[in-house]
Design a protein around this ligand. Structure first.
Ligand code: GDP
Ligand code: MG
Length: 258
């Protein structure tokens, strides 16, 4: 059993296989929001068990932490985070969960955990961040299966309640992404086609229909969380990337709030 106390605000959910950059992206976005006067706290009532309580405690330790972060601390387990704006209004939830919730070991669509299904079925609007990365840890077949998992999942969504944003993760590893200070979308989309065959196609096809029906519109943002320097197996130093990435992501997300 889970509890999402506020049924009106959107839930932002990164969708991606393991190591694609979900947790660091959320962490980087939160750092940006905290500096901008927002507030972030774990939603403690989400799950009522001791394991979840310890996940929340560990997460709080790193929210304001600047130096070396123990790897295990950030990625303890699934967590629902509450974001409050400068006027203390609750504006959204962020949900970070492990990649296996979406695609199993074979990168086929996983049987969703019961509470992920509850989140999907909740009345809250959802914004899905469908991720691909410029430096994948998966082999070609696994990447292919991952794209299939997204296609199956994306096509099953009710487009009125669910918005999609494609995210190029680890953008610092995408050579030539910036031209004269501007993002070159062609380079970003080429990267998707090179590494994640047909990744963009599923969204583009959807767009043809949606353009006719005026229903759905997906958006695209590149994201760089920062540089990660491993000190040893357990600790790494996180050097946050430029503010423009979380700023662009946040500005894209808020266009979907309402
Ligand atoms: N170069 C680069 N590497 C990243 C970035 N984000 C994540 N990574 C790398 O990917 C690893 C996994 O990131 P994480 O956020 O834990 O992935 P998750 O399993 O999807 O939550 C990190 O430990 C980094 O080594 C990024 O923006 N740039
Ligand atoms: Mg993670």
């Amino acid at each position: 059993m889970i509890c999402i106390p506020n049924k009106d605000v959107p839930i932002i959910i990164p969708f991606g296989h393991r190591c694609i950059g979900k947790t660091l992206m959320i962490h980087r976005l939160i750092r940006y929001l905290l500096e901008d006067g927002y507030c972030c706290t774990p939603e403690r009532t989400f799950r009522n068990d001791t394991e979840y309580e310890s996940i929340c405690k560990e997460h709080e330790k790193v929210l304001f932490h600047k130096g070396t972060i123990p790897v295990a601390t950030l990625d303890k387990g699934d967590i629902l985070l509450e974001i409050l704006d400068r006027k203390n209004n609750h504006c959204c939830y962020l949900f970070d969960c492990c990649g296996e919730r979406f695609c199993n070991a074979d990168y086929t669509l996983a049987e969703m955990s019961s509470y992920l299904t509850e989140i999907i079925d909740s009345p809250n609007p959802k914004i899905w961040l469908f991720m691909y990365d410029a430096a994948p840890c998966l082999d070609e077949n696994e990447r292919c299966d991952y794209v299939n998992a997204i296609r199956l999942f994306y096509s099953s969504l009710d487009y009125k309640k669910n918005k999609a944003v494609c995210v190029l993760s680890k953008a610092d590893k995408c050579f030539g992404l910036f031209k004269a200070g501007k993002i070159d979308k062609d380079i970003a989309f080429d990267k998707a086609n090179e590494l994640y065959h047909n990744f963009m196609k599923q969204f583009e096809e959807r767009n043809i229909v949606s353009r006719l029906l005026h229903t759905d519109k997906w958006q695209f943002v590149p994201f760089c969380s920062g540089e990660v320097i491993y000190k040893n197996d357990e600790n790494y130093e996180f050097i946050p990337g430029p503010n423009e990435f979380p700023m662009k992501l946040w500005n894209t997300l808020i266009t979907n709030f309402k």
